[in-house]
Design a protein around this ligand. Structure first.
Ligand code: CDP
Ligand code: CDP
Length: 218
């Protein structure tokens, strides 16, 4: 069984999905982390596509959710923190636009969800990856609000970061993610839209959890 949450950067998908996974004791899958891992390998290949695809097929990518964190390893080495750097964030939408990368990540995800109940989040899960998901949500929030949230999370790790830079990165990624040919960021027709601009975190978790509980009961 799979529940999907799609939406733009900073709308609250990953923190909400993690809270839901903990509250309902189900598995969590972060598709963005897998695109970020592919991007790390792309940067290691010095942006050379042939080298990149060779490395991508050679390396073993493993992942699991534990202690409120989605952990990723490449050939047994943790990359959980490396995939969140500004360099990876700056390149990820370009790498995620490559159709071969999308099918690689989709295969990783489809293999893992065969067992158990999952809440997965990303951009195209309800439209392209899991079109038959039992329940679909699309989270959104104003750009200004999303940038403020992301800035608050990152400013301690990077004191030089400005709100303007964060806003620009989010706006650029949203544009690239929505305009790309291969499986763009898009709300599935049947997805329940949750605008989180004026909701508290608890409110959005409660809202989504109650809908999931209804489905789990039936
Ligand atoms: O956490 P944040 O919203 O900043 O981004 P993320 O969920 O880690 O996703 C990083 C990037 O991966 C996105 O900007 C997209 O370019 C790409 N992505 C995608 O193309 N499709 C998905 N299902 C998930 C992420
Ligand atoms: O995964 P996505 O990029 O959509 O968002 P996220 O990584 O979950 O980041 C959203 C941030 O905004 C987190 O720090 C949340 O705690 C915070 N937040 C929220 O998600 N919803 C609210 N209503 C208020 C704050």
């Amino acid at each position: 069984m799979i529940i999907v949450i799609d939406g733009p950067a900073g709308s609250g998908k990953s923190s909400t999905a993690r809270a839901i996974a903990d509250r309902l004791d189900i598995e969590y899958l972060d598709s963005g982390a897998l695109y970020r891992t592919a991007t790390l390998i792309y940067l290691e290949a010095n942006r050379d596509e042939d080298t990149f695809f060779r490395l991508l097929n050679q390396k073993k990518i493993s992942f699991y959710y534990e202690d409120q964190k989605f952990h990723v390893a490449v050939d047994g080495q943790s990359v959980t923190d490396e995939i969140r750097t500004a360099e990876v964030t700056g390149a990820v939408s370009e790498v995620a636009a490559l159709p071969r990368v999308r099918s690689f990540v989709n295969n990783l995800m489809r293999d893992v969800v065969l067992d158990g109940i999952y809440v997965a989040e990303g951009r195209d899960l309800g439209t392209a990856v899991f079109p038959d998901a039992e329940l679909k949500f699309f989270m959104s929030a104003d750009l200004e609000e999303r940038a403020k949230r992301r800035f608050k999370e990152r400013k301690d790790q990077n004191p030089e970061l400005t709100l303007k830079e964060v806003k620009q990165n989010i706006a650029e990624r949203d544009l690239k993610d929505s305009k790309r040919q291969a499986d763009p960021l898009k709300k599935a027709d049947e997805a329940i839209e949750i605008d989180t601009t004026n909701l508290t975190f608890e409110q959005q978790v409660d809202k989504i959890c109650s809908k999931i509980r209804e489905v789990l009961k039936n």
